[in-house]
Design a protein around this ligand. Structure first.
Ligand code: NDP
Length: 275
């Protein structure tokens, strides 16, 4: 019997999730249908689509922009949140376990798994994250759990970075005990093991105000695509670099594992997708 999955978002036409999950299903020998589900950007529509999907026998759903916070609130009221989803304040993976709706967030752990798959050392690492939005927030607990020695959260709007740290500290004991601080992006200086771009600056003409005194062993851009200026900048300083396509694959593999119990070979899927 065909098992049904979907990703819900707006916009959604660009999503690569159907191809990625089909590649995993091929490995697992599973017959699946994974749909892109466009949804109007309001809470009532989101809830209606999610409930219709699961009432119709759907097995698992991914949630993407702009619905991750709505999914979080829905699970808070109607189900259970994983610790990563609770810390992230956002849900990207939904499924039922023993008749209970579970909301998880695999983005941050996907980032960690991708870095570890490239042999980037996280245990004892001093890490800088630029950006204090949803993606940065979701990465903090998984990076701390992976053994990061310190996290410096740099953001254009300093108050947002500090407010995020304060909130996370209040709600999570592991984060509260961690060495975590904030600064303005332009004031970020020193040598880090890893610097992560978690801003949505992307391929716009804008450039991050990176100090000349900022260096790193490895630079990671959560965006993916060709010639990301952030990566070019640190490559020219001799750093190892990676874009975020591997994070996309790794978060998908974690969702697939939660839904099916099958641990997909991410490298093999990446080759099959020609990336
Ligand atoms: P948010 O909108 O929540 O956060 C945006 C962040 O970017 C804020 O910190 C904001 O700073 C900063 N920012 C935006 N524009 C600028 C600019 N011109 N100059 C400096 N800083 C800027 O976005 P998300 O956290 O959801 O996503 C961030 C990135 O991560 C996106 O590129 C997204 O595609 C990527 N991502 C990749 C994933 C993957 O699997 N590879 C998964 C999830 C996200 P301020 O607070 O000052 O406004």
């Amino acid at each position: 019997m065909t098992a049904h999955f979907m990703v819900i978002g707006n916009p959604i036409a660009h999503s690569k999730s159907p191809q990625i999950h089909q590649a995993f299903a091929m490995q697992a020998g599973l017959d699946i249908r994974y749909a892109r589900q466009l949804c109007p950007n309001d809470n009532a529509s989101f809830i209606a689509v999610i409930e219709a999907f699961f009432n119709g026998g759907g097995i698992g759903a991914n949630v993407t922009v702009p619905f991750k916070q709505m999914a979080f609130e829905y699970c808070q009221k109607n189900g259970q949140l994983s610790s990563n989803a609770a810390a992230a304040g956002a849900v990207n993976t939904l499924y039922y376990e023993n008749d209970v709706l579970i909301g998880d967030n695999t983005d941050g752990q996907g980032l960690v798994n991708h870095m570890l798959s490239m042999d980037w050392q996280l245990s004892g690492a001093n890490i800088a994250i630029i950006g204090a939005g949803g993606a940065a927030r979701g990465a903090i607990l998984p990076l701390i759990n992976a053994g990061a020695a310190s996290i410096t959260l740099a953001n254009r709007t300093l108050s947002k970075a500090q407010a995020l740290i304060d909130e996370l500290r209040e709600n999570n004991a592991a984060i509260s005990a961690a060495d975590i601080r904030s600064c303005e992006t332009g004031a970020l200086t020193g040598d880090f093991d890893i610097i992560i771009n978690a801003t949505s600056i992307g391929l716009t003409g804008d450039k991050l105000p990176l100090s000349d005194d900022l260096t790193c062993g490895a630079a990671y851009d959560m965006m993916y695509g060709k010639s990301l200026p952030f990566l070019t900048h640190f490559e020219s300083k001799g750093a190892a670099t990676s874009d975020g396509f591997g994070m996309l694959l790794a978060q998908a593999a974690l969702s697939f594992l939660l839904w099916t119990g099958f641990a997909a070979d991410v490298k093999q899927a990446s080759n099959a997708l020609n990336h």
